[in-house]
Design a binder for this molecule. Structure first.
Ligand SMILES: Nc1ncnc2c1ncn2[C@@H]1O[C@H](COP(=O)(O)OP(=O)(O)OP(=O)(O)O)[C@@H](O)[C@H]1O
Ligand SMILES: [Mg+2]
Length: 276
């Protein structure tokens, strides 16, 4: 039976179903010769953490760009809350303000302050004059400072972004995305190359927000162990194809894609080469 729940965002439809993102036989390419993604099927439940893992060049970032409407598929169907993600789709353009996208390159403005970067997340909420003058109302500045504290950047608000560390830059990008009050977060390798403690701190923060706001977070990772530790489901992408969808249930790793593989078989796949 289809599960119905009220959405917390009044700008969306009044009711929304359990499935928030659906992809059906999606093919995507950057040129006419090669496919970056081939026949992707996936379905993501609202309020869950969904991770995407795979080797470099396997198509992980492309998958996020399709969910964000930055790219449209050559073939197949994508629905975000039953709306097709496409920058030319008016309905999606309204919706995308509440999709927090953190690109692999983070997309920060380096020569402005940490606080000003975070405030960018509130831009869609300003009226035309405020937006033109970049004049943020006091309540938005207060909210930006609250989020700045939440992500552990206290004391760094007036630093220019080029003067902070790599880990701090990631926190700024997360804070900017949270400032959007997102219902969906698309995060491309935001904890890769961070030390174990910082990576876990950032993941714990996202889990906390997810639990409090029913956020759906789709996160690209390099580290399978970290992905399994935090995500409800982990999609494994290889050469543009989704070869597995797994998750932890109790002491077992469960194969949700075919239902055929045992925990031991899945573990074996990753014991030879952790980057597989
Ligand atoms: N702008 C682009 N133009 C042409 N080809 C591209 C472009 N971006 C990515 N590709 C190609 O598409 C394929 C998938 O790339 P994608 O960036 O999605 O991989 P990825 O899994 O995110 O890799 P990484 O882990 O290195 O970030 C690769 O073969 C890549 O070379
Ligand atoms: Mg990538």
């Amino acid at each position: 039976m289809k599960q119905i729940q009220m959405t917390t965002n009044p700008s969306f439809s009044l009711i929304s179903t359990k499935k928030v993102i659906q992809m059906s036989d999606v093919w995507s390419s950057y040129d006419s010769k090669n496919f970056a993604l081939e026949g992707i099927n996936l379905s993501i439940d609202r309020g869950t953490i969904y991770s995407i893992v795979g080797q470099s060049g396997s198509g992980k970032s492309t998958l996020l760009k399709l969910m964000n409407g930055m790219m449209v598929p050559g073939k197949g169907i994508i629905k975000i809350d039953y709306v097709t993600p496409d920058m030319n789709n008016k309905k999606f353009k309204t919706m995308m303000h509440t999709i927090g996208y953190i690109p692999q390159s983070l997309g920060l403005i380096k020569n402005i302050t940490v606080l000003d970067n975070i405030l960018i997340g509130a831009l869609p909420r300003l009226n035309k004059i405020q937006s033109l003058l970049k004049k943020f109302p006091e309540n938005e500045v207060k909210e930006a400072k609250r989020i700045l504290q939440l992500v552990g950047l206290t004391g760094k608000e007036n630093r220019k972004v080029y003067m902070i560390s790599g880990g701090e830059k990631r926190r700024v990008a997360i804070a900017r995305a949270l400032m959007q009050k997102p219902t969906i977060l698309l995060a491309d390798e935001i904890v890769s190359e961070l030390d174990h403690v910082t990576a876990h701190e950032i993941m714990d923060l996202i889990i906390d927000v997810q639990k409090r706001t029913n956020l759906t977070a789709i996160m690209v990772h390099h580290d399978m162990q970290l992905a399994l530790e935090y995500a409800n489901r982990v999609a494994v992408i290889k050469d543009g194809k989704k070869i597995l969808e797994i998750g932890v249930e109790g002491d077992n790793i469960v194969d949700f894609q075919t239902g055929d593989m045992t925990t031991e078989e899945i573990m074996e796949m990753y014991s030879d080469d952790p980057k597989k």
